[in-house]
Design a protein around this ligand. Structure first.
Ligand code: 26Y
Length: 826
């Protein structure tokens, strides 16, 4: 690899330095004799990008000449995280860059910190898309990601007086050295207007005219694979005003009005919606969805047409994966183009669309399923609404044929939810328009079949599949935990280049889970990481935390179903218990703990924000109680994001994944924590179930109601059961209410509701089993060799959760696509 890179741009020290200094002088126009860390970062980034572009061009050219089958991953979110280290590691030049920079007075690790963290996603779904891109490039799958180039990523979270405050993340203010602006790749996208229909020999076609037209402009980010020359692409669209359509206003003499109109166009891709569960029918959000889907479909068609003159092979050459229903309108857009513009017969157009699309569902929570009012769609995308009605008509005919007389089934399955404000059920639409549908963990996929998609599973057996999520071990072991990566390589005597692409070989570590030397090194790695986190916490919160305490971490979006609330209730309980225990008995009864909780609340989600406030207030009280000292510390980790995760996860010893059974589709941080030797305390939900299967339940702290028990409890609540709060939990509630933690009145509503039959997420049901599991945690931590054995077993058996495995399954079972390895450059 090394030598071959030389045939591109040289990887010797001088070549690297020359390339960096050139960029300082000619790209940044700064003095080559003095530049700061940020300048060095920028110049290095440009110099790395040069390398990426070489293989990126070769890769795309090769795919085109070979007419390779391609996979397109459509997502409204790509939570990439910082790119520099990932790029250096993947193209295997991290060491040479480190040396080259050191030589001219710069520390590569410091330059990493200069990069903004591109945060064009909310959480799990967006980060999954990023892991998938890395795996597809690594597995040499011809793939492009498509999405939106938002000017503002997910908001930055600050904490003021314990409350979350949001501030805009204008991540582009210092430019973005990783992207390539494509002035030559643009498409027109239409909104509003009207449709003229005509009969074309029995086929009804439409002509969509009028309305507004905006331009979609492409920005490309190279996605290098690990240990391969292949380099894929992430194409993000930005909205721009369209010149040709200004004349009306221009002629009307309204110059300022015309400029105002133009600025509206740019607004479409301005900001990422910060909700990760429900978005109440905002027109701008639908505009975003259609805008990027339309440009994407046109781009895919244009590429196909370069090498094909008939439509016969479209689905054999192109597979389009929908990351949830957010890009669902893409299938209707393809259908519309095929019928109205390409003048295909309905059946042929339908067949092409159907065989091209597949859809991934990420939730069973009803409030997170997208529904768009027909009024809104009809106004913004009139022709698409026509087509949706037509699809629904044909579909319901089939349902009636198959289940004669079963009217309730017909209305249950209709793509349109009836009512005063009729709505399109986007999940149902996506099922009907796709050849395959998948859930993201075994339990989740089974629940889909039993609950929200039951009728569809009955009518289309086998269409619903499972593809258990995974994460890329390049970022989530090697980059974020170099100490562990080295320990693994040393121990199993493999280069990291081998096991990082074959993660099941970590199983060999099992043999060392009780090996003294290995454990010693493992403990050293963990304590180095804890020290790194301790510094981070001090810097970002001002709080001093000890390192000789159990690091207990829960980081994820704040949600009632994820139950950060239950976590903090337990912390309060623990605090009260410590206070009740005489000083001299405390050391023997309690293991010192640092409880860390982090995550963003959607700006409009009052209960989630109240939970954040409660955590901060509890932290404030406990951390300042000198009587408790270092026995218990509580930290709210502010502004949780990918780059923070890379510091936090490797330092965790215990991590919490405690959602109500049946609510978390998969979870992916659970996988990252396991790979980094943190033990999970968790419920039998999402991918936790499969993690337990792989690593053994004895290596986790599992507790809590299973899905059927949750169902029963909810029924009981519904029937009036109110006896579910025991005395110990009551005490905790009382402490909150009595003002022990200051004014936390924002949480009172939730408390009241939970006490009065509104405990939908079963906090009270699972509370006592949770206490018992927590006691087990302390007991185990006291037996430190046993604790280490459990952590190491976890790492050793985490191989299944590499996103490489996930992507291989998508390739075989859904896309039917195989690797295309670009030839070695000459
Ligand atoms: C409709 C819009 C408001 C919306 C935007 C983002 C709805 C949902 C989302 C994001 C959902 C999400 O992140 N889901 C998570 O996907 C992960 C990857 O599959 C799962 O591991 C995780 O359980 C699930 O909550």
């Amino acid at each position: 690899l090394w030598e071959l890179m030389n045939s591109y741009i040289g990887s010797d020290k001088r070549s690297i330095q020359r390339s960096i200094v050139n960029h300082v002088e000619y790209t940044l126009a700064r003095s080559r004799f003095s530049f700061d860390d940020f300048g060095a970062y920028q110049a290095s980034a440009f110099s790395i990008r040069d390398r990426l572009i070489e293989s990126w061009n070769d890769t795309n050219e090769y795919f085109t000449t070979n007419d390779s089958k391609r996979v397109y991953y459509l997502s409204l979110e790509f939570l990439l995280g910082r790119l520099m280290q990932n790029a250096l590691v993947n193209i295997d030049v991290e060491e040479p860059y480190k040396d080259a920079l050191m030589d001219i007075g710069y520390k590569l690790e410091n330059l990493y910190e200069e990069e903004v963290d591109p945060a064009l996603g909310n959480g799990g779904l967006g980060r999954l898309a990023a892991c998938f891109l890395d795996s597809m490039a690594t597995l040499e799958i011809p793939n492009w990601g498509y999405g939106i180039r938002y000017d503002y990523g997910i908001f930055k979270q600050g904490i003021v007086d314990g409350y979350q405050v949001e501030s805009p993340d204008y991540w582009l203010s210092h430019g973005n050295p990783w992207e390539i602006e494509r002035q030559d790749v643009t498409y027109h996208v239409r909104f509003y207007g009207h449709v003229k229909k005509y009969n074309d020999g029995g086929v009804e076609r439409g002509v969509w005219e009028g309305g507004d037209v905006v331009v979609a402009q492409a920005y490309d980010t190279p996605i290098p694979g690990f240990n391969t020359f292949n380099c894929n692409n992430l194409r993000l669209w930005r909205s721009r005003p369209c010149n040709e359509f200004d004349f009306k206003q221009f002629n009307a003499g309204d110059y300022h009005g015309a400029i105002g109109e133009r600025q509206k166009a740019e607004y479409i891709t301005s900001v990422l919606y910060p909700n990760d569960s429900s978005e109440g029918g905002k027109e701008l959000r639908l505009k975003q969805q259609y805008f990027f889907c339309s440009a994407t479909i046109r781009d895919i068609i244009r590429r196909y047409k370069k090498t094909h003159s008939t439509w016969n092979f479209f689905h054999e050459k192109n597979q389009i994966q929908l990351n949830d229903t957010h890009p669902a309108i893409a299938s209707i857009e393809l259908l519309r183009i095929l019928i109205d513009e390409e003048k295909l017969p309905w059946d042929q157009a339908w067949g092409i669309m159907y065989k091209t699309f597949a859809y991934t569902n990420h939730t069973v929570l009803p409030e997170a399923l997208e529904k768009w009012s027909t009024k809104l769609i009809g106004n913004l995308l009139p022709r698409h609404l026509d087509l949706i009605y037509l699809i629904n008509f044909f579909f319901l005919e089939k349902v009636k044929q198959r289940y004669p007389g079963d009217n309730s089934r017909v209305s249950r399955m209709s793509l349109i939810e009836e009512g005063d404000d009729k709505k399109v059920r986007m999940a149902f639409l996506s099922i009907v328009c796709s050849h395959t549908v998948n859930g993201v963990a075994a339990l989740h996929s089974e629940l889909l079949k039993k609950t929200i998609f039951k009728d569809f599973d009955e009518m289309f057996p086998g269409k619903l599949q499972n593809k258990t999520n995974g994460v890329t071990p390049r970022r989530w072991i090697h980059c974020c935990n170099p100490g562990l990566s080295k320990l693994i390589s040393d121990t199993i005597m493999e280069e990291h280049t081998t096991w990082l692409t074959n993660l099941t070989s970590l199983r060999e570590l099992s043999a060392y889970s009780q090996d003294e030397d290995f454990i010693k090194r493992f403990v050293q790695v963990k304590s180095d990481n804890k020290l790194r986190l301790q510094k981070w916490v001090k810097e970002h919160t001002g709080i001093d935390i000890p390192t000789n305490a159990l690091y207990d971490v829960m980081v994820k979006r704040i949600h009632e179903y994820k139950r950060q609330f239950m976590n903090i209730l337990y912390v309060i309980h623990r605090y009260l218990q410590i206070k009740e225990t005489p000083q001299h008995e405390r050391a023997s009864k309690f293991v010192p703990r640092v409880v860390m909780i982090g995550g963003k609340a959607a700006p409009g989600y009052a209960n989630a924000k109240a939970i954040i406030k409660l955590i901060n207030s509890v932290a404030q009280k406990i951390n300042n109680d000198r009587d408790v000292g270092e026995l218990l510390k509580v930290v709210f980790l502010p502004n949780y994001c990918v780059s923070a995760a890379q510091i936090i996860i490797p330092a965790a010893e215990l991590s919490q994944h405690i959602s109500t059974a049946g609510t978390e589709a998969s979870g992916t941080s659970n996988m990252k924590f396991i790979m980094n030797g943190s033990i999970i305390i968790g419920t039998m939900d999402g991918a936790n179930v499969e993690i337990a299967e792989e690593i053994g339940a004895e290596n986790m702290f599992i507790f809590g109601a299973l899905v059927p028990e949750v169902d029963t409890f909810r029924k009981q609540l519904h029937d009036g059961r109110r006896d579910y709060i025991g005395s110990r939990l009551r005490k905790v509630f009382d402490a909150i209410r009595s003002g022990t933690f200051g004014d936390v009145s924002t949480i009172h509503g939730m408390l009241y509701s939970i006490e009065n039959g509104g405990d939908y997420y079963c906090v009270c049901l699972d509370y006592y089993p949770y206490l018992t599991a927590q006691e087990k945690v302390d007991e185990t931590y006291r037996d430190y060799p046993k604790w280490c054995k459990m952590s190491i077993e976890g790492i050793a058996k985490s191989g299944k959760f590499s996103s490489d495995r996930t992507i291989q399954e998508y390739c075989m079972d859904i896309w039917k696509v195989s690797a295309v390895s670009i030839p070695k450059p000459t």
